[in-house]
Design a protein around this ligand. Structure first.
Ligand SMILES: NC(=O)c1ccc[n+]([C@@H]2O[C@H](COP(=O)([O-])OP(=O)(O)OC[C@H]3O[C@@H](n4cnc5c(N)ncnc54)[C@H](OP(=O)(O)O)[C@@H]3O)[C@@H](O)[C@H]2O)c1
Length: 277
């Protein structure tokens, strides 16, 4: 039997982070372990073993418990199995924060006749990973009474709803669904005291980006973002993660069903850049 860890009580509540081994998920997991001091239950498939180990060490260093589940997180079955394990580990009413930070999407074109055609399997996988899994996990958490009082649920969005990159149509479509899921879940969970929001932020440098791009391409990416962002530089993972520690706090309790713009004004200057190069 588990005692429910009351918010503010002696037993720390938990953060459930899907995609905890890299990028945004890892940075957020570490930040919330430090403030407000949440234990971390993370899910990842094992492609970043070094950062996963580093995260475990950092959460323990913050004096918190950590459990990383190595499994797919994108399907209804995966959500059920993951939530069962979380219940075993953390007990009912233990999840103060749920962050959906998995990234698995196909880029390409809907009408391409070449290898980048967005065929049905790619569409299904992308929607499962980037959108539907947010609902599957929320359902699994609610069914098991895992949400702590005043729990915060957070999806992550990028600025591709405002301006488009040619090969990212499928990602944008999945994110549009995620946004609607967030709003409707906010309505369904609001009366129970929980809050569901979407945090929108611009490009931040992650190990995945560093892996995909050459140093020259990365330098160009940084220079372009410096030109585009009013602050004259790229945003950072640490800034995003620190802001999530604010969102989990009492002062942010009135945000609900919101798409919170943390892009630093990334798209404000686009017309200016095109028309007045
Ligand atoms: N990076 C940015 O600039 C940026 C900007 C705005 C919004 N976002 C959003 O932030 C979220 C995370 O992006 P990111 O760039 O931080 O990602 P990332 O660095 O690529 O990390 C993704 C994480 O998710 C895990 N993962 C991916 N697919 C999974 C699956 N099916 N099951 C379980 N774990 C899975 C990965 O580990 P395994 O591969 O080992 O499973 C890894 O831990 C995305 O929703 C993205 O749209 C990112």
């Amino acid at each position: 039997m588990h005692e429910p860890p009351a918010a503010g009580g002696s037993s720390p509540a938990w953060a459930l982070i899907l995609g905890a081994s890299s990028g945004s998920g890892a940075a957020i997991a570490e930040a919330v372990a430090r403030k407000p001091g949440l234990n971390v239950f993370g899910v990842h498939r094992g492609r970043y073993p070094d950062t996963a180990r580093e995260l475990e060490a950092r959460v323990r260093d913050a004096g918190r418990d950590v459990h990383l589940r190595q499994a797919d997180a994108s399907t209804p079955e995966a959500a059920e199995a993951g939530a069962d394990e979380l219940l075993q580990r953390a007990g009912p009413r233990s999840v103060k924060l749920f962050v959906h930070a998995i990234a698995g999407a196909s880029v390409g074109h809907f009408l391409s006749e070449g290898p980048d055609r967005l065929h049905p399997r790619r569409i299904q996988r992308t929607f499962d990973c980037m959108a539907h899994s947010f609902v599957y996990w929320t359902q699994a958490l609610v069914q098991r009474d895992l949400l702590a009082p005043d729990a915060r649920l957070l999806g992550l969005q990028n600025p591709l709803d405002e301006t488009h990159l040619g090969n990212t149509g499928l990602i944008s479509a999945a994110k549009a669904s995620l946004e609607m899921y967030v709003r409707h879940l906010a309505m369904e969970l609001g009366p129970k005291g929980h809050r569901v929001n979407l945090l929108k932020f611009g490009t931040v440098m992650t190990p995945a980006l560093r892996h995909v791009y050459s140093p020259e391409a990365l330098a160009r990416l940084e220079a372009r973002h410096a030109a585009m962002n009013p602050a004259g530089r790229m945003g950072t993972l640490e800034e995003v993660a620190r802001f999530v520690t604010v969102l989990v706090g009492d002062d942010a309790a009135w945000f609900n069903g919101a798409t919170i713009d943390f892009t630093g004004g990334m798209t404000l200057k686009l017309l200016d850049l095109v028309l007045n190069p």
